[in-house]
Unconditional design. Structure first.
Length: 107
């Protein structure tokens, strides 16, 4: 094996390793959607009993006041203390878990 082939192989290996690490680091910065849903359910349980919930597994772009976020969209159904059941839709920042929007659904 020549010196040039060896150097090319090492260079290619280093490049692939750097690319893989960069990709993995970016994915690690996003919260798991299940964890985001758990945070919202915990907060919503203060309003009543959570009867149902869902969350999209892939973050989507959410724009608020000229800022753009990667956010998980989801919904919950809450049986409130007055006996009524209400549905809510929410957006949670995929990086921090901050609730960006929590809106009661009409109808």
């Amino acid at each position: 094996m020549s010196w040039k082939r060896f150097a090319a192989g090492v260079g290619a290996g280093v490049a692939v390793t750097v690319l893989a690490k960069t990709t993995m680091d970016q994915k690690e910065t996003l919260m798991q959607p299940e964890k985001a849903l758990k945070l919202v359910k915990k907060k919503a349980s203060e309003m009543g009993r959570v009867e149902g919930s869902w969350v999209h597994m892939i973050p989507e772009s959410y724009d608020q006041e000229q800022l753009s976020y990667d956010a998980y969209r989801g919904g919950i159904t809450v049986a409130e203390e007055d006996g009524n059941t209400s549905a809510y839709e929410f957006f949670v920042d995929a990086a921090t878990g901050t609730v960006l929007e929590f809106k009661k659904q009409e109808g």
